[in-house]
Design a protein around this ligand. Sequence first.
Ligand SMILES: Nc1ncnc2c1ncn2[C@@H]1O[C@H](COP(=O)(O)OP(=O)(O)OP(=O)(O)O)[C@@H](O)[C@H]1O
Ligand SMILES: [Mg+2]
Length: 305
Amino acid sequence: MKDWIFTLLCAVLGAYFDEEGCDVENWIKFDKNGLKNDLETKLYGQHVAAEVILKTVTGFMENKNPKKPLVLSLHGWTGTGKTFVSQLIAENIYKKKMKSSFVHLFSVTTHFPHKAHIDKYKTQLQEWIRGNVSICPRSMFIFDGMDKMPLELIDSIKPYLDFSDNLDGVSYRQAIFIFLSNAGGKMINDVTMKFWRDGKEREEIQLKDLETVLSQSVFNNEDSGFWHTSLIDRHLVDFFVPFLPLEYKHVIQCGLGEMARQGFTPDNNVVKRMTDDLIFFPEEERVFSLQGCKLIPNKLRFYIP
Ligand SMILES: Nc1ncnc2c1ncn2[C@@H]1O[C@H](COP(=O)(O)OP(=O)(O)OP(=O)(O)O)[C@@H](O)[C@H]1O
Ligand SMILES: [Mg+2]
């Protein structure tokens, strides 16, 4: 009886103060069409990632009884849209978007900088995940710079990613984990470049063309502890999602979009001048952008008269 009164009181007070709650009626409503539309119109040049993300996130969100949390690992060169896509996912699930108290963003190098403090980080991270999932099962955890995450720390979150009814009375099956890294980026670039050299359309590239090289390259990468853990062996990651290097035309699209976002009328000449000053590879043919679209928000202003 007491519990019931407490819950009611929280709901009334929460509604009164417009405080975010863990409920599907008001705060956590998955917008499938919104995500589809965002991936189609705001994300450029990532047909493989867009399809995998839409299918897996939709499937997971529409599944009333998932057997394990959704775990996605996004890979690719810098500035190709990995962080951007994780924001689009959050925006179409949580009304408060990235500001939601149910979305947790960790930057590995910022949050876990010192090897000597690893035991403290382990405890804090586990408590953070457990505490937050017990408050709201539909919580989202984004780990940026996963290739720099110490092995022990990855080990410490493995139980939460696995199939399990519950751990210490908490069920993690509704949670979403997204790992971001540059690991495998070089391999993805090589495959994309080979398609281009062979005169094939970029859109012909399929997930299977990249999956094998991606898993081979990450398995063979001695530097990144991430790959040597049982995350892969035990299939805890549902999908490895490749992000292709962006071409000249995608950078132009980013520039025009960014101009509008900054309150200017999109101007092809301005964006073209800016893009021409960026570095592309291979050096001679200038096909793929070395920094993706990363520098655009800051560079653009310089080119606007
Ligand atoms: N494919 C894309 N489509 C549209 N915009 C993009 C794309 N890639 C990057 N951008 C733009 O560039 C900015 C930087 O991209 P983002 O932070 O997502 O790169 P990243 O892949 O996470 O790079 P890093 O590996 O360096 O973290 C984004 O905020 C977005 O505005
Ligand atoms: Mg990023």
